[in-house]
Each structure stands twice: as C-alpha cells, then as structure tokens.
Design a protein around this ligand. Sequence first.
Ligand SMILES: Cc1cc2nc3c(=O)[nH]c(=O)nc-3n(C[C@H](O)[C@H](O)[C@H](O)COP(=O)(O)OP(=O)(O)OC[C@H]3O[C@@H](n4cnc5c(N)ncnc54)[C@H](O)[C@@H]3O)c2cc1C
Length: 338
Amino acid sequence: MKDPILIIGAGLSGLAAAQTLSTFGENVLVVEKSRGPGGRMSTRHEQLHGKEMSFDHGAQFLRAHGDGFRKVMDAWERDRWIAPWRGQFVRIQGQRVEPEEGRLRYAPGPGMNRVCREYADRLQDRVQYGTRVTKLDEEDGRIMATTKEGKCIGAFRAAICTAPGPQTGQLLGGFRPMLARAAESTSYAPCLAAMVAFAERPSVEWCAASIHDGPLSFVAEDNARPGHQQPEGPSRWILHASAKWSTEHLETEPELFAPLLLEAFGQLPEAKLSDHPLHLQGHRWRFALVEKTTAASTPETEGIPPVAIAGDWCEGPRVEAAWCSGVRAASAIRKALS
Ligand SMILES: Cc1cc2nc3c(=O)[nH]c(=O)nc-3n(C[C@H](O)[C@H](O)[C@H](O)COP(=O)(O)OP(=O)(O)OC[C@H]3O[C@@H](n4cnc5c(N)ncnc54)[C@H](O)[C@@H]3O)c2cc1C
C-alpha cells in the first residue's frame, strides 16, 4: 500500500480534504491536537449536578454564498445533519431592538460539531486525536512528521496543513518557505466567549442577537438551536465579545472576563437575568475570525513530495471557506501526485 497523505487538523477544512481524498481511494491520516473533531466548530460538554450539558461556543451558524457549498449544505440537510435555525433574530444598537430579516441561517444539530463528527466517524482510525505535529522533515523523498513529544508518526507521500495561518507559518518555515510566508501573512480577530447556564430563561423575546455597540457582538440561546430544544434543564447561552473588546482583554483570564460578558448581557435592553448563573465559563479564541487571507498568487502546492495549505484563512472568515479550501487542497495534492 502507498504511504498515506497526512492532514494536520480535524476542523472542517481538514476533514473536507480527507473526505475528498478518501472518495478517490487515497489513503489518509488526519492528526488533531485536541481530543475531538470540529476545531472552531466544536461543542463543549460540561457536567452540572451529574448531568451533561453542551455549549456551542465557537461558530454559530452556516450560510452558503456560492452554489458549490449550497449543494453541500443541501445534502447535509437531507441527511439531517443541519437544519434551518428558525427563531427570532434581532439586531441591537443602544436601546434599539429590531428584528433581523434576511437569509435563513442553518445550524448543525444536536451540536455544532455534528458535521465534523460525521466525517471523522467515517474515517474511523484514520483520525488520530491528541497528536500535535510540531515538525515536518523530508527523508528519502517522503515527509516525516514529528509530534510535540518528539515521536515520529510516520512517513507520508504528501501533506495538507490546516492549522491557523500563523501556526502553519511556523510549521512550514524552512520546509516549504513559499507556503510558510503566505500563511504568516494572514491575520485574525480574536473572540472572547462565555458559556452561561441559568435555572430560568432570561426574559428576552429573541433567541439570538447581533449587537452593534458595547462589549458584546453576538448572544445566542443554545437551547433554541435546531436539534437542541430541551424543554427541561438549564437555559444555556453563548456570549461572544466584539473583536475590539476581545483584543483589549485578550490576556485577561477567562474567570475574569466571563463575568464581565455576563454583566453586559444583563444590560441589554429587556434582558432581565432573574438569578445567578448555575454555570459560567470563559473561552479564549485567539484565532477566531479571519481578517486577512492568503494572497491569490499563493501556489496550490509546494515541493515534491507536495505540501498544500487549507483553512478559512486561505479564503474567508466562515465555515464555507473552510470547506471549499479543504476540497481545493485535496484536488491540488491529487494533481501534484499524478
Ligand atoms: C467565536 C467564533 C464564531 C464564529 N462564528 C461563525 C459563524 O457563525 N458562521 C461561520 O460561517 N463561521 C463562523 N466562525 C468561523 C468558523 O468557525 C471557521 O471559519 C471554521 O470553523 C474554520 O475551520 P478550519 O478547519 O479552517 O479551522 P479550525 O476549525 O480552526 O481547525 C483547525 C484544526 O487544526 C488543529 N491543529 C492546529 N494546529 C495543529 C497541529 N500542530 N497539529 C495537529 N492539529 C492542529 C486545531 O486543533 C483545529 O482543530 C466562527 C469562529 C469563531 C471562533
């Protein structure tokens, strides 16, 4: 059997690349530093009084801008991995609350990681978690990958790196310099998030709000997502800080910034938080939303054995870009190997 193709990262871009290559009969190995798939589309599970509750603390919903991804989303909807998120969305500016009309938003259920989990499950033992690649080398015309612990995880005939741009830049520096430079040139806005659960639902009429001033940028009721509706149990909410506030408080500890975001929630118009939260936890997304992508002139692959890059940072700040870049990188690698 031929050596496998290495894919670094089990976010949507890495799994889209793996799925595409597998469809063409290629042997792949996906390595992921975390304990599960999803990356920024992951779902956090917490225990409350011996019961599990979940929070979608990263990406919130999906939309298709192009026909290609529209078709992919149609298939996901047919398979019931995603569903339209129907509920009252509002826009808040100062004390003004206005309904937000527009295109339908979709969300995976029962958790944001559903799509990634489905792809990872299909790949079975070809996804390896808890494996952080820190070095790539070349030996006898093959790519050798080494983990943080100094363990060599194998020899590969090609590789696709989907770690955030600045991290890909470090990994590929000195190995595939053109791609490393392209990756290093990308930038992100951070996002500080809080996951909060109440015994009683806060007194707002909406289930999600985009906020245009103050510390918060987006607030969503986790229970209200498609596939999430749990009539009993705590009322779970996600609070996202604006890029400006997140940048200003980036090095603040999560246990300090989470109460500040909760306070900002309580100050939104009509929001009466009737009790102390049952659960409050902060999460820092250092690389959250892409601000600057790679240049259009970036090569599709570099070197032999070929290496490609993928991730939203190659195309734009959304799930769709992650998917499209993964599929494109897989095609580029196949072309380079043929
Ligand atoms: C707070 C927030 C809100 C968002 N809201 C939306 C939204 O509503 N709609 C939308 O379309 N998009 C949204 N996004 C953006 C969306 O989540 C991303 O565009 C998309 O998930 C990126 O997928 P990816 O595969 O490119 O990267 P990631 O999901 O970041 O995946 C990269 C993976 O690589 C792994 N990794 C990194 N380094 C290594 C290494 N050295 N070795 C092994 N593994 C490694 C990481 O652990 C990660 O799992 C949001 C993002 C955030 C953070």
